[in-house]
Ligand binder design. Structure first.
Ligand code: ADP
Ligand code: MG
Length: 245
């Protein structure tokens, strides 16, 4: 069975244990919402899954479709089909979305797309996702609103077609518009892909737009609840207090 498994993972940042024994299974073709209040360790877990050197795995395993990737470098993980949404801390002037994505996609392919081929493919995808075609010539992140950054994220997702996508919805720039864009984008990408999507958020509102197949709650570095729609509904009604007490 195709899945991304985390087994008894412990993660340290600057000598402090932040993730304290987390076990989770993310299925291919499903949407798993990883939720929890601010500071519970969601971003720490995402960064460690991607292999960020600052996030030290001191115990446990990460298994991708049966292969142990606990100690693999980030580029190997990416080649194996793992994707973490880029948050682009800085604007990259001079690099257009078109060039950036063509390089990223061609890197993964034997048969490279020509400039014209890729341009046409990208235009088609942007249309499908309701992204304004003028974006094709924009520099990465330059003057992007929160919602526009999210659109870029979904575009990357549909072009790169990873096996498992970790979407870390950080607190900044996540207004109602951005949340709706992410949810609609995920629903579209899901229609024709066997992708496993791990949506990381503290925002209950996303559940109004997206029905996750599974929901897990992280609190103080541990999973305190796991379930399906009924858990999502409970959080919507009671907030996290109900499950973290
Ligand atoms: P969440 O994404 O759920 O809001 P984080 O993973 O960002 O939570 O943070 C969890 C805890 O780890 C917090 O107490 C935070 O201060 C700490 N932490 C995260 N990253 C670092 C870092 N690079 N250096 C020091 N502490 C960190
Ligand atoms: Mg976070």
């Amino acid at each position: 069975m195709k899945k991304l498994e985390i087994k008894d993972l412990h993660i340290e940042v600057n000598g402090t244990e932040i993730i304290k024994g987390v076990s989770l299974t993310f299925q291919s073709g499903k949407v798993h919402a990883l939720m929890g209040p601010n500071g519970s360790g969601k971003s720490t877990l995402a960064n460690a899954l991607m292999g960020h050197p600052k996030y030290k795995i001191t115990k446990g395993h990460i298994i991708l479709d049966g292969k142990d990737i606990t100690h693999e470098k980030p580029n190997i993980r990416a080649n194996l089909g793992l994707f973490l949404s880029f948050q682009y801390p800085a604007e990259i002037t001079g690099v257009t979305i078109n060039n950036f994505l063509r390089t990223a996609v061609n890197n993964k392919r034997e048969k490279k797309y020509s400039i014209v081929e890729f341009h046409n493919l990208l235009k088609e995808k942007m249309k499908e996702l309701n992204i304004d075609i003028s974006f094709i010539k924009r520099y990465i992140n330059e003057g992007f609103s929160g919602g526009e950054k999210k659109k870029m994220e979904i575009l990357q997702l549909s072009m790169l077609e990873p096996k498992y996508a970790l979407l870390d919805e950080t607190d900044s720039g996540m207004d109602v518009d951005a949340i709706r864009i992410v949810a609609e984008g995920i629903n579209k990408v899901k229609q024709n892909k066997d992708m496993g999507i791990i949506l990381i958020t503290h925002y209950q509102r996303i559940l109004d737009y997206l029905q996750p197949d599974e929901v897990s709650i992280l609190f103080k570095g541990k999973i305190v609840a796991t379930g399906g729609q009924e858990l999502a509904k409970r959080i919507e009604k009671e907030g996290f207090e109900g499950v973290t007490k």
